[in-house]
Design a protein around this ligand. Sequence first.
Ligand SMILES: *[C@@H]1O[C@H](CO)[C@@H](O)[C@H](O)[C@H]1NC(C)=O
Ligand SMILES: *[C@@H]1O[C@H](CO)[C@@H](O)[C@H](O)[C@H]1NC(C)=O
Ligand SMILES: *[C@@H]1O[C@H](CO)[C@@H](O)[C@H](O)[C@H]1NC(C)=O
Ligand SMILES: *[C@@H]1O[C@H](CO)[C@@H](O)[C@H](O)[C@H]1NC(C)=O
Ligand SMILES: *[C@@H]1O[C@H](CO)[C@@H](O)[C@H](O)[C@H]1NC(C)=O
Length: 339
Amino acid sequence: MPWSGSFARCGLLMTSWTVVLLLSTEMKFQRQSATEPNLEDVESTYTTSTIVNTSNTILPPAFTKAPRGVAVCIAGNLRTFTVPVVFSQIRPFHEQLWGWTVSFFLYGTLEGAGPKNQTHRNLAAIHETNQTALKMALTSLRPQAVELVANAEDVTEENLAQYVLHQECFRNIQFIESVDGVEAFFENRVRFLRGLNQLAHVISSLEMMMRFEQTRGRRFKVVILTRPDLRYDVNRNDHDWFRDVAWVPEWISNGSVALQMDHWVAMPRALAERFYLLGKVLSCSPSDKCCRKIDRSESLWEYLTGAVHGNFGQCSCSNITTPFRRAKVAQIQRTKSTK
Ligand SMILES: *[C@@H]1O[C@H](CO)[C@@H](O)[C@H](O)[C@H]1NC(C)=O
Ligand SMILES: *[C@@H]1O[C@H](CO)[C@@H](O)[C@H](O)[C@H]1NC(C)=O
Ligand SMILES: *[C@@H]1O[C@H](CO)[C@@H](O)[C@H](O)[C@H]1NC(C)=O
Ligand SMILES: *[C@@H]1O[C@H](CO)[C@@H](O)[C@H](O)[C@H]1NC(C)=O
Ligand SMILES: *[C@@H]1O[C@H](CO)[C@@H](O)[C@H](O)[C@H]1NC(C)=O
């Protein structure tokens, strides 16, 4: 496999190791269905932001070919990605669900962030250093592009102004549900920075997808944003698993969002454009309804997509409303052991 070499991204990341893997664009192992639902009408119904300085974004070239296929953008810490029940099911799950060409883009961090100190949800940091295991997992996933970076901290207290224009909108935050009963989750600076880093990684994976679209002169129809440590129990025999999610492709083709919190979010390509433009630099200002209302990651996602991602309550912080439906697609694999 043609993977090796290192390259520095934008000078923004202090990465000690970045690997880029580009596989050939039209791969033979992918199935293509003749009956893709038509997304053309859907794509024109979203307007993208005018506040964001678009010269800092990837400008869409004139795409001559009709949109096609599903892009799965996987971003986050590679904690349990290398466990076989995790990596081996990612491609089969998405291919079976859609029956379309599915392309994967992986932006993975190797060093786990510290504990979240969140009641019942504290995951110990797992560092992924085993290159043999990583190669095996990547060979199975066959992504179109992969970037692996050592450090998960793009956003720090020092460079925060590059990512958040109006910091006052992220202080004294109104909250829906508190983890520890006293304040909004994002009121804690460490958690806020962690949430911003999660977003920065998702944005990086979207940029990988957009570069690929430019290269092939064609946009995707559907974009899925997800994380690398989910276990898709495709082979579960206690239950007709596909029946539970069979509605998802048509639902997305109708312009809506299917989601499992902020773990797995499927959306039309045009909505991913909004996500990207609003998420690359948070421009939420005191005159916007989002100000002091983005209290945690699920609310940030709600702001960006207009769909409610949290299981308990909504922030009502987005200026669009997108129909959404919850999907039960996978579980977080928390340990390296598969028990
Ligand atoms: C929605 O909000 C975003 C950013 O907060 C802004 O760029 C956009 O113009 C707004 N759209 C409408 C229709 O108000
Ligand atoms: C947009 O960003 C570019 C490059 O960072 C900068 O040169 C330009 O002045 C910015 N424009 C506005 C309107 O802020
Ligand atoms: C969790 O607690 C440790 C030890 O007190 C601290 O260093 C770390 O910053 C905390 N993390 C968060 C996300 O609050
Ligand atoms: C690295 O991963 C491979 C494949 O999973 C495994 O066989 C090997 O024992 C691992 N090595 C270490 C040092 O953990
Ligand atoms: C998609 O839209 C069509 C036409 O409005 C409707 O008949 C169908 O039930 C919708 N599908 C889903 C999954 O909501």
